[in-house]
Ligand binder design. Sequence first.
Ligand SMILES: Nc1ncnc2c1ncn2[C@@H]1O[C@H](COP(=O)(O)OP(=O)(O)OP(=O)(O)O)[C@@H](O)[C@H]1O
Length: 614
Amino acid sequence: MTESRRLSLILAAAVLALAAIFAGPYVLDTYSVNVLTRSLLYAAVALTVDLLWGYLGILTFGQSVFFACGAYAAGLVFTHMDFTPGNAALALALGIGAAVFTAAIVGWLAFWHGASALYASVITLVLPIVATQLLYSGGTFTGSSSGLSGFTSFDLSTEAWFWLAGSFLVAMTTLAYIFVQSDAGRLLVAVRENEQRCKYLGLNTSRLKIRVYLACAVIGAVAGYIYAAYAMVVAPELAGFVFGTELVIWTALGGRGTLLGPVFGALIVDYESAQLSGNFPFIWQLIIGTVFVLVIVAFPRGLLPMVFDLPRRLLGLVRPRGDVARPARVALATLATLDAAQTQGAEVGNGPALAVTGVAKRFGSLTVLDGIDFKARAGELVSLVGPNGAGKTTLMRCIADGAERSAGTIIVNGHDIGSRPPEACVAFGVGRKFQMANVFETLTVAECLQIARARHARPSLWRRANILPLPEAAMHVIATTGLDRQLSTPAHLLSHGLKQALELSMVLALEPRVLLLDEPTAGLTKTERMQIGAILIDLTKKQGLCVLLVEHDLDFVREISSRVIVLHQGRIVLDGSVEEVVASELVKQVYAGSGHAGIAHETAPKTGGQEVPA
Ligand SMILES: Nc1ncnc2c1ncn2[C@@H]1O[C@H](COP(=O)(O)OP(=O)(O)OP(=O)(O)O)[C@@H](O)[C@H]1O
């Protein structure tokens, strides 16, 4: 399907939904129109819970607070000031402003500095409790526990309020739908799937989360404002934990990660709750609770995916989700050869690509790295070898993340990485491939590569690109390993070797100048190992990359390395040419496991055959 056809279909569905909203007051009784006006606004807030939880993986209980920001802004301004068009606009601005301010503080606390998902959820749990207490303690200003009522508002008919609330919901759902299907929307899924990989692809995931959180706060505030202007009553419960949790329940019932599921979940449950609370005042909450438990147990993905799967399930056509090769939406193209230094913002100059000085790493009293000094230049393939536990992976981590080391300096392409996070190190030209293939398991090969290019080409908020330009080095790996024939295959269906190749091409898509590879051949067949070896030689000799390779296969190391560094008990015991290392008695002793104490304290020869200019 072409991009314009896809967007036309979404817009056509939105027009149909608007027509249904318009017809609503003509086919529903006044009571239902009244109740549904509220439900439509609640559904808009449930939509934001789905964006945050279903797509970004942030379980949030505090969206009610943003709804209350908009509602109370209207209630307070209309109560304490005259209702005029100017004051109505002021109230809307105040509501949005309060929501943005609150979301910025909560977002910074919850998502900055690598806070865990659980920590973020706990903060969103505390938020409604604090907000409710503030409203209770506001005295006559906020109306305390009774809230505010009886204020003047817009003079609109019941039907007009229904149309306004419905149009707002349709507009927000359409925009959200276009967004989650866009290239930028894929980023949300990537962050949910594997935030660590995103950071090492140079993406600022904290900033992305805060931006989405702010946008969701604004939607919630506008919904709250419309609600207060329509209902002409606000109460602390609007900001409460119960409402915040109901939004999560509606999202789970409808089907998180579907957008439409939470919208229908909110509409149906809130409307039915209004009916049941009248007919069965004492047991309606019990009924809702029982239905919730039954649905979650029987259909963990929620009701909407179950409804969509039903016909195919009945016809025996259903296949497990994610196991289907989706049609390839994107074609690869080789990026015109770039001035890599310019694209990385990294001046390579004549200095070493990588300079490590006095690096140490301690875990409490355990010293894992101590006094590590070496330099490596562009076009050099330096292998890092040593027995298990020598500190090789730890050293890789220290080079790729400034916050990792306990002491020392690391300069990449002339830039001191200081204590900067992985995404900043990527900007200086570092690319890290992990020991275990670290990709986005549910995304397709093409989508994984697109995410890897996101920091170079800002993804569109509403479109999906159909051409993906990749640097020559990444294209070379893709073509050599046959990944180009698997572009539409979800990554978790790839063989181990292809996953390793995919991760390598993702890292190369970053156009790194210093490539860190942690056992890239682990678990590969001999043929695959040879392929990777040829690729690495090509990357260093032809593309001029500085490659630091951790490897246990010494034959492989011997075949491809320009230089070898031997680590033992956290210290460099030898730094020299392949021949020097092969002939070294010291290295034989290290690998034989004898004389370790002596070796660890022996003075290492200075930079060997490959002297690096300072
Ligand atoms: N988070 C941590 N907390 C405490 N000790 C750690 C931590 N991470 C690593 N270590 C210790 O640091 C030492 C070096 O580990 P590292 O993984 O860097 O070794 P390695 O040379 O890469 O080993 P291998 O070849 O087995 O991967 C080990 O003794 C390990 O137990």
